[in-house]
Design a protein around this ligand. Structure first.
Ligand SMILES: Cc1cc2nc3c(=O)[nH]c(=O)nc-3n(C[C@H](O)[C@H](O)[C@H](O)COP(=O)(O)O)c2cc1C
Length: 225
């Protein structure tokens, strides 16, 4: 039987990490983590989605273009809707709390636009993590496929953590799907879901002290009957 205590520690000890050491991650280890993550269940075992590691010149020019586009305020139509529009107040409060946790850890003030922008821009450089991943899904998939893919991504985060690595999903990447498709030579059928930064956490980086809370169980859990 798996040890529940160590699994619980794995779940509760995972946090999004946004600053990394330059220590490389071996290809072999990355492959192992992806294979483990692919053990995730999926409807009819369709195993939707794919993960592309970008490196070298591809990564350099992708990040340069992402940063340039973001700085210029360019906007693309995203491949899928993430947040509800309009955002209900109860969710807005959670969103604000997570931003406060992040910028609080960084010591960036609420009104410090430059400080916030500088942190946001780091999304488009995968937070300088040694491993930069782009996650895609076939455009024909509906919500179920995204659900399956999410399970796979969480498995990847947890497997990474079990091997001493840290990660952060990067939904911000979904803002520039066309640009990413061009750099990665993907056709229109590939929807851009998110990015992911993976590597060994920088223990001294203030941003990695970000800690988020969770809502009360009463807000999402009921027992009927
Ligand atoms: C699909 C997904 C997309 C995310 N996108 C971003 C992002 O673009 N930038 C970022 O800094 N954090 C991003 N995050 C991290 C969330 O902000 C973080 O998971 C949340 O605040 C809870 O904190 P925790 O992961 O430390 O528990 C993303 C997380 C998920 C699951």
């Amino acid at each position: 039987m798996p040890d529940l205590d160590s699994f619980s520690a794995l779940l509760s000890g995972r946090h999004s990490t946004r600053a990394f050491l330059s220590t490389p991650v071996a290809d072999e280890l990355l492959r192992d983590l992806l294979l483990l993550a692919r053990r995730a269940p999926s409807g009819a075992n369709l195993q939707p989605g794919s993960v592309i590691a970008v490196r070298g010149e591809v990564r350099r020019s992708l990040c340069a273009d992402l940063v340039t586009s973001w700085r210029a305020g360019l906007q693309e139509r995203e491949d899928y809707d993430y947040f509800p529009r309009p955002m209900p107040m109860v969710l807005r409060r959670r969103q604000v709390a997570s931003a406060q946790a992040l910028y609080g850890a960084l010591g960036v003030d609420r009104d410090d636009r430059e400080g916030r922008d500088a942190q946001f821009e780091r999304n488009f450089r995968f937070f300088d993590a040694p491993v930069a991943l782009i996650v895609t899904i076939d455009r024909e998939f509906g919500c179920g496929g995204y659900m399956d893919l999410g399970m796979m991504l969480y498995g990847l985060m947890l497997a990474a953590r079990a091997r001493g690595l840290a990660s952060c999903a990067i939904g911000a990447m979904a803002s520039f799907p066309g640009l990413i498709r061009r750099h990665l030579q993907l056709d229109e059928r590939s929807s851009i879901v998110c990015g992911m930064a993976l590597g060994y956490a920088d223990p001294d980086a203030p941003v990695n002290r970000t800690r988020t809370a969770r809502c009360d169980p009463d807000e999402y859990f009921r027992i009927l009957g």
